[in-house]
Write a protein that binds this ligand. Structure first.
Ligand code: PBG
Length: 377
């Protein structure tokens, strides 16, 4: 019998004196003639003298709901959506079961459905035809770019839906990096990239996005984009900064989705000179502080599930809203285990997102947004 330190054990009735206090509980229970008493004895006669019984608050579903600390709601989610040109049927993405690339017409339908379910925002990502890509990501500044047409269509059809777009060059460059490369091709050229991104952000603002979301991790881009937006009169266009974006293996399936994975022939595109080292916590807080000072409206941590400690620290370090991105690899991991019959989809999905919110995220970008919103209704 377990006897907790400092906890007096009281045995009711006259059982204890019969055996004496130095005989173990197990021996008492094993004593001849006591067999039939055993069950009742355990339940009724043994009572720990406890001041605190935390299980009182877990007795039934009603009590549990009363003391529930974190609650997910459809308005917590931002749905990332992939868009392609043309009129084709929605395209599946092998490593992201259930996620599709839509043409603009179908994208608008999907946006309407999301808005109806109470999802307040979408984050749009284009997948470009290979022949539109070049080393400089020139198509990003095309006045008739796919992403701009998509934004205009969605804002026209579902004006109340918050539309966000990624500001980075990876869907547009042959090498798949988020910016233009230096002369020796061994790194991303920071300041030249920032210059292109500011122009890109202004184009997106003109098309009507509510938020631009720089995901490139170049130094100084938030300040530069804020100034450019304001100079062009877009003072109401907000910035959601991918501030603590780690160089993560969990982006793999996304790179398949936008076709930025293997352009240079290598599957594992190395972004270590601009994205954060997964080993670093303080450096993430430095990036958060810089983006906040430069004028970001929402600060993001990405990925989410493996970085819950960072989400918590960021939540405590700023008064700004904090977003977290449950990325493609997190989604794929759950879906794969579900396909193998090893995890339950609805419960794992819910728990993974609950943990992210509990860690401190005010909003979550997740490929589960639609299903979650439907499930929470
Ligand atoms: C690129 C970008 C990435 C993601 C969002 N924007 C990938 C990358 O940095 O290579 C990842 C999203 C996901 O994995 O779901 N700027």
């Amino acid at each position: 019998m377990v006897r907790r330190k400092g906890t007096a054990m009281r045995l009711a009735g006259d059982v204890t004196p019969l055996f004496g206090n130095n005989i173990s509980f197990e021996k008492r229970m094993a004593a001849p003639g006591r067999a039939c008493l055993r069950g009742a004895f355990i339940m009724a006669a043994l009572q720990l003298d406890l001041t605190h019984r935390p299980r009182r608050l877990r007795r039934n579903a009603t009590v549990r709901s009363l003391v529930e600390e974190t609650v997910l709601r459809p308005a917590d989610f931002i749905a990332p959506l992939f868009v392609v040109d043309g009129k084709g049927a929605p395209e599946p993405i092998a490593s992201m079961p259930g996620v599709l690339r839509y043409n603009i017409v179908d994208l608008v339908k999907e946006c309407r459905a999301l808005a109806k379910l109470g999802v307040p925002a979408v984050a749009l990502f284009p997948k470009l035809d290979k022949k539109l890509k070049d080393d400089f990501g020139g198509a990003a500044l095309d006045a008739d770019a796919l992403i701009l047409r998509a934004v205009r269509s969605v804002k026209k059809a579902v004006p109340e839906l918050v539309v966000m777009t990624d500001i980075a060059l990876d869907p547009y460059t042959t090498h798949g990096h988020d910016g233009v490369l230096t002369a020796d091709g061994r790194d991303v050229a920071n300041d030249a990239t920032v210059e292109i991104l500011t122009q890109m952000a202004v184009l997106h603002a003109q098309a009507g996005v509510d938020f631009v979301a720089p995901s490139d991790m170049m130094d100084g881009r938030i300040g530069a984009i804020r100034r450019a937006l304001d100079a062009a009169g877009h003072t109401q266009t907000a910035i959601m900064a991918y501030s603590a974006k780690f160089a993560s293996a969990y982006y793999g399936p996304f790179r398949d989705a936008v076709g930025s994975a293997s352009a240079a022939g290598t599957h594992h595109l190395d972004k270590y000179t601009y994205q954060l080292n997964p080993a670093n916590r303080r450096e993430a807080l430095t990036e958060i502080a810089l983006d906040e000072a430069e004028g970001a409206d929402i600060l993001m941590v990405k990925p989410a599930g493996a970085y819950l400690d960072i989400i918590r620290e960021v939540r405590e370090a700023t008064r700004k809203p904090v977003a977290a991105y449950q990325v493609s690899g997190e989604y794929a991991q759950i879906q794969a285990a579900v396909q193998l019959g090893w995890l339950d989809l609805a419960r794992t999905r819910h728990e993974s997102l609950l943990a992210i919110k509990r860690a401190g995220a005010d909003m979550i970008l997740t490929y589960f947004a639609k299903e979650m919103a439907a499930a929470l209704r």
